[in-house]
Design a protein around this ligand. Structure first.
Ligand SMILES: NC(=O)c1ccc[n+]([C@@H]2O[C@H](COP(=O)([O-])OP(=O)(O)OC[C@H]3O[C@@H](n4cnc5c(N)ncnc54)[C@H](O)[C@@H]3O)[C@@H](O)[C@H]2O)c1
Length: 258
């Protein structure tokens, strides 16, 4: 029970990686705010956690909308009294080659994957800073774990919007870590490779992409959401008290493959 009584807000946790993180945090004793733009999937995951004996609420919110994130934080505080952990996981893709990408495709991905991370970091961060002011000697006033991608570290083909946003998430991570370290707030990110979720359905089912991507992974398999959730859990736990501003690559070695 590494997260006993901690309150964790996990964005985009109605399915995929976010749902796996929400489940694993609840299993470690956390009170989980399952939040997603899709209210019914968030409800399903919150119900599932509660049926398994955990504590969770569902909350519909679009991370790209500042006012909706403010409501999310109010609801979380109303339900559980505080927030200890924020996982910025919500994300979308709008693939297109650079010369064909529309301004809308560029903006949509930046709005969710980058501005969404900023919105949640800022608004939940205010709660963490208040805790730090109330407990100046505490070294554990908040944890933020951002979900980025190795596309943000080494680029990718056909998704410049996504790679740019995910590189920006690394910048947010390091900046927030530097700004808030003295307040006992740790900010890290996990850089994922290819995980079996709806997001990667085309890559995994189209034979033109499937084998090519698989060859680039040292472990020669795609990750399941349950393969990556433990890394997020680790960064949220007290075992990571002295880790901040870091990028933990959880990608089966796809980052070291030539
Ligand atoms: N699947 C992969 O291979 C992979 C690789 C690297 C990084 N990631 C990142 O992991 C995160 C989760 O991706 P996934 O694979 O689970 O995808 P997914 O599509 O299965 O799940 C994404 C979730 O985010 C929610 N969402 C989308 N827009 C939102 C918004 N504006 N506000 C709130 N919620 C919103 C969706 O409703 C969905 O539940 C994303 O940030 C993604 O970029 C995924």
């Amino acid at each position: 029970m590494r997260l006993r009584e901690k309150v964790a807000v996990v964005t985009g946790s109605g399915q995929g990686i976010g749902a796996a993180v929400a489940r694993s945090m609840a299993a470690e004793g956390a009170n989980v705010v399952v939040t997603d733009i899709n209210a019914s999937s968030a409800n399903d995951i919150a119900m599932e956690i509660k049926s398994a004996g955990g504590k969770a609420i569902a909350c519909e919110a679009d991370v790209a909308e500042h006012t909706q994130v403010e409501c999310l934080v109010e609801e979380s505080l109303g339900a559980f009294g505080t927030i200890d952990i924020l996982v910025n996981n919500a994300g979308i893709t709008r693939p297109a080659m650079i010369h064909k990408m529309t301004a809308e495709e560029w903006q949509q991905v930046l709005a969710v994957n980058l501005t969404g991370v900023f919105n949640c970091t800022q608004i939940v961060g205010r709660v963490f800073m208040q805790k730090a002011d109330d407990n100046p000697d505490s070294i554990a006033n908040g944890r933020i774990i951002n979900v980025t991608s190795i596309a943000g570290l080494r680029g990718t083909i056909g998704q410049i919007n996504y790679a740019a946003a995910k590189a920006g998430v690394v910048g947010i991570t390091m900046s927030a870590a530097r700004e808030w370290g003295r307040k006992g707030i740790n900010v890290n990110c996990v850089a994922l490779g290819l995980v079996e979720t709806d997001m990667t359905e085309t890559i995994r089912s189209d034979p033109r992409f499937r084998d090519q991507y698989l060859k680039g992974i040292v472990l020669r398999r795609y990750a399941m959401p349950e393969d990556v959730a433990p890394a997020v859990l680790f960064l949220a736990s007290r075992e990571a008290d002295y880790i901040t501003g870091q990028v933990l690559n959880v990608c089966g070695g796809a980052d070291i493959h030539n």
